[in-house]
Every structure is written in C-alpha cells, then in structure tokens.
Design a protein around this ligand. Structure first.
Ligand code: DX5
Ligand code: ZN
Length: 218
C-alpha cells in the first residue's frame, strides 16, 4: 500500500450495482486501496441499500480494503455478520445505539478496524469518551441516506476540533469525511485535518478519474 498524505475512498453508492465487478476492478486499477460500502436499513436512514450477503459476494471479487459504513439502527445485532462477510473497517453511528462502547468493543473483538461516525448535528464532544477506542472518526458532512447532497460547511469546524483533540491527547484515530466531498472543498478539508475523503458522485461522474484522484490526493 502506498503512503499518501490523504486517501480517497470511492463510495459505490453512486455506481451501478449490476456493474459491481467492473467497478471494483476500476477502483483497483486506479491504484486506490479502499472502497466505501454504504449500508442503509430504511430505519436509521430513509433509504435501503444492501447487507452482508452482497458484501460477502463482493469479497470474492476484490482484494480492496472494505470500508463498511453501517447506517443501521442497533448495529450490534449485525456486527458479526458484517465481520464474517469480509469487511475490514466497520464504522457505526453514535446515534444508532444506546450502548456505543459495547458496540465498538464488538467490532474490535472481531479483529476489525473500528470506525465511529457522527451525524451533522452531533457534536464532537459527544464522542469524547470513545476517541481512545477507535481507529477512525467519520464526520458526516451531509445527512446520511443519499449520495449527491451538498456539503454542510460547519463540518469543517468539527474536523478541526477533532484534529485539535487528537493532538492534545495523542490519539491516533484517522479522520474520515463523508458527503458532498469533491474538488470544491478538498483543500479546506485537508487543511482542517481530514485524512480520508470519501467520495461518491464526484468520483463516479468524473470523466478523467486518474486526474481527479491526483488532484484530490495532492
Ligand atoms: C451518504 C453516504 C455517503 C455517500 C457519499 O449517506 O454515507 O458515503 O455515498 O456520496 P457523495 O460523495 O455523492 O455525497
Ligand atoms: Zn458513507
């Protein structure tokens, strides 16, 4: 895996699922290492995508790092299923469980990397007690549920605060930002402290993906 200052993770939500093999091959051919998998349950968010079965099938097609973003209520019920399906990173939402510490511990116990996501209206301070237990914090810069939405600018302040908190405490989590990310905001996001930019529409709609990646990661 190459060392990069910032990583770009394409979200397959913006792709045609009937072309999934080509999509995974395309991402790998562009020398990207991760693919972002948006799991939606129609309860935590007003949309439904796919579950462990689809991920297990994709696992047979690709060696990319599977970055699963679970937008599902009570994720603790399904963490084992997603781990067994072949996810490498499992990110759950602070707002989706009453027992966040237990759910995060379940991911760690499955031997997977642990991600914690917060919705736009959730303050970074609300997850302060778990920052030492996670590998990734995902700042949602849109209300989760759909691709192609406009970036919410106050997300930048949250990223800066997280970056300050990790420096002050010596934490090692990486900051992911998800929603409305593209060429209009990537510089500000990196300056604020983001390490991983998730991008759906901007990536899949871009006609020259190699230059898009180069610009986003530069
Ligand atoms: C939104 C998803 C995002 C989404 C990003 O609920 O979590 O990962 O696919 O897509 P864009 O980049 O189109 O906002
Ligand atoms: Zn996502």
């Amino acid at each position: 895996m190459r060392e990069r200052s910032v990583l770009l993770n394409p979200s397959i939500l913006a792709s045609d699922f009937t072309e999934i093999k080509n999509t995974l091959d395309l991402i790998a051919s562009l020398d990207l290492d991760y693919v972002h998998l948006d799991v939606m349950d129609g309860s935590f968010v007003p949309n439904i995508t796919f579950g462990p079965k689809f991920i297990r099938d994709m696992r047979k097609l690709s060696d990319l790092v599977f970055d699963a973003h679970l937008m599902i209520d009570n994720p603790e019920k399904y963490i084992k299923a997603f781990a067994d399906a072949g996810c490498d990173i499992i990110t759950i939402h602070k707002e989706a469980t009453r027992h966040l510490n237990r759910a995060l511990t379940m991911i760690r116990d499955e031997g997977k990397e642990v991600g914690l996501a917060i919705n736009p209206s959730t303050s970074v301070l609300e997850i302060e007690n778990e920052l030492m237990n996670v590998d990734y914090v995902m700042v949602m810069s849109v209300n989760p549920g759909f691709g192609g939405q406009a970036f919410i600018p106050q997300s930048l302040k949250k990223i800066k605060l997280l970056d300050d908190m990790r420096r002050a405490e010596g934490y090692e989590f990486r900051i992911m930002v998800d929603g409305g990310v593209g060429l209009k905001n990537h510089i500000a996001l990196k300056e604020a402290g983001a390490d991983i930019l998730i991008t759906g529409e901007a990536f899949f709609r871009s006609s020259d993906k190699a230059s898009f990646i180069e610009e986003m990661e530069s």
